[in-house]
Design a protein around this ligand. Structure first.
Ligand code: UDP
Length: 230
């Protein structure tokens, strides 16, 4: 199976909320290695919220603010790829813009070459354009590399009909269609990314990163988050 795993930037920070938490990333590495050893191909997109969000920086030009955000995702991918390497996995970090010798430019052919070498491929730098998100970057890459599924690791354990932090009666879906996600504006991923999922028929599995072994479970049958059908 070809899997695109999306991690939020905050997820890397653990309880610290900012920067990196190595113990958290090592738990991710162990699970990704298990999936890799089972013969899956794994691409990874990581957000940048543990460092920077373009839209919340008030006094600087949005385009520049978003460039900083994209670079934050590159830092995140280099960090996580190095932790992965230290556990014996081969990795490559690809970006949609030149970062000198730090990364290589993204292409589908290059991605396939790395997958054939059983390497984990990090898609850093989002879409390479301002006014987008890494959610959209994840859907875009998933479509380009023909991923079978997106595993969406979140702070919350699935998709709810309302915010469970506000509404104690919020109901969690086991399964929901992407059309309903869009119609109800459920923000599983942002709207641009949702439309990409719908138009390219890319299903997503939403689960809590903090739950024990949740990435491995999400790739298998004992999954207990929400499946978003597309
Ligand atoms: N970003 C961007 N284009 C992309 C992906 C990310 O400009 O294609 C920037 C944007 O500033 C964003 C930041 O990188 O706020 C971090 O990305 P993430 O998706 O984590 O941001 P969030 O959705 O939390 O704002």
């Amino acid at each position: 199976m070809r899997i695109l795993l999306k991690l939020s930037g905050e997820a890397l920070a653990g309880d610290k909320k900012t920067g990196f938490d190595e113990a958290t990333v090592r738990k991710v590495a162990v699970q990704v290695k298990e999936l890799l050893d089972k013969g899956n191909e794994i691409g990874i997109v990581i957000g940048g919220g543990n460092f920077w969000r373009g839209r919340t920086s008030e006094n600087i030009d949005r385009t520049k603010a978003d460039q900083i955000g994209m670079l934050a995702t590159v830092m995140n991918c280099i960090y996580v790829s190095e932790i992965f390497r230290s556990t014996g996995m081969g990795t490559a970090v690809l970006t949609p813009f030149e970062c000198g010798s730090f990364t290589k430019l993204f292409s589908k052919d290059r991605t396939n070459k790395y997958f054939s070498k059983k390497m984990v491929v990090f898609f850093a730098g989002g879409t390479g354009h301002p006014f987008f998100s890494t959610d959209t970057g994840a859907l875009l890459r998933a479509a380009e590399i023909d991923a079978d599924v997106i595993l969406l690791a979140k702070a919350i354990d699935g998709v709810y009909d309302s915010d469970p932090a506000i509404n104690p009666d919020a109901k969690r879906y086991d399964r929901i269609s992407i059309d309903d996600v869009i119609a109800q504006n459920l923000q599983v991923v942002d709207m641009t990314a949702s439309i990409l999922a719908r138009d390219n028929h890319i299903s997503m599995r939403v689960f809590a990163l903090q739950e024990e072994n949740s990435i491995v479970k999400a790739a298998g049958d004992s999954f207990n988050g929400t499946i978003v059908d597309a």
